[in-house]
Write a protein that binds this ligand. Sequence first.
Ligand SMILES: Cc1ncc(COP(=O)(O)O)c(C=O)c1O
Length: 457
Amino acid sequence: MHQRILEAAQQIAAQYLDTVASRHVSGTATRAQLLKTLGGPLPTGAIDPVAVLNDLARNADPGIVASAGPRYFGFVTGGSVPVTVGADWIASAWDQNGAFFVMSPALGVLEDVVAGWILELLGLPRSSGVGFVTGAHMANFTCFAAARHEVLRRVGWNVETHGLQRAPRVRVIAGAEVHVSAVGALRYLGFGSEEIEIVPSDDQGRMRADALEAALAKSTGPTIVSAQVGNVSSGASDPIGEIVESAHRHGAWVHVDGAFGLWAAAVPELHSQVKGVETADSWATDAHKWLNVPYDSGLAIVADAAPHRASMSLKASYLQRGADEERIGTDWVPESSRRARAVPLYALFRALGRDGIIGIVRSNCALARRMADRLSTAKGVTILNAVVLNQVLVHFRDDETTRRIIAAVQAEGTCWAGGAVWQGKQVMRISVSNWSTTEADIDRSADAILKCLKASS
Ligand SMILES: Cc1ncc(COP(=O)(O)O)c(C=O)c1O
């Protein structure tokens, strides 16, 4: 029975992935069309599982966006290296719960092994706590919870037992370009968005270290600084070494949101952009972006494992703990039950090795520069950022034209790019984050974009 159903799934998935590069990149169906084919009354009885899979694949297909393919440049979106899809399927078949060692000794060990490899690759302290979460958003949450614990512990307050309402005030300072998920994470932890003290950023979106120093000098007390490496639009990184030096001098905790930018730390020629990042206190990053494993996969890393564990761990008599060295997955994340996210990561590290992973980051950065060079040869095109990583911000003549080109490119379907407002100007955001993107994909996409520009004049 399993054989028949999983073979059907395998056929659908392999057929999809084998043709993903030639699909119209946007979904082509409207919501109403999809509701018509996918909706209907609550099913009352059973039907053949293989028929269910085939119907699902056929009916969802026009609404599937080729974000796993090589010419999807939206948001910051990785694809999935094939071995990680295979490993993810096995993880689903095993159906292990990552909460407690006793629930899956294999997963407990895989998480320890992968955590060690990640810390080594990124050059972060080897004794850090590592939590396997859904993405950078929840990684930010986890790290800020550890930060909140520690800065309050230092002034004699246990926030886990006594709460925040009567606690000493905690200052939170961030750059003007702080990612919205960091703000969201802080909100869940009791810090209102208007309570975050914003220090100015420069023209690339990097927090100004001198402005941070001035803010830190204003008062003392428990303080968390939220920095970032890899601005979601420009790709630029805060001067992280200077920020940490200044913040630590004032006794503040530095958290780094490095959803994709943190991986620059692994690449020798990019490392200078994040120089000193290893001296921070915590780091949030994604694996479903630049590591190209399937959704969802993020990593919360805290240099001092004690506040990490203190802010997350839960105890109950039925939740069985074993020997100290046996990893308790739930000690490092906000969830209890949790899928085996370390399994695809393990397969990635084994299949590609350090060189292969670095190769993806390196190649994507070169391809982003190629895209910027190709587009900027055309009249009326301006690249608004310094292309230092994998992000390209393109402005076409004026805001209205830029909006029209974005819509035209999405409708045309060779590639997909979204929009944003960058320093008051409408831009097309191009993020090159997929392991399978080639120079030919960049050239074909640049041609399609410029064709849309020509058609709009
Ligand atoms: C800098 C930064 N932080 C956080 C996030 C949120 O990541 P996720 O949606 O994977 O949770 C992103 C997403 O692009 C990001 O670029």
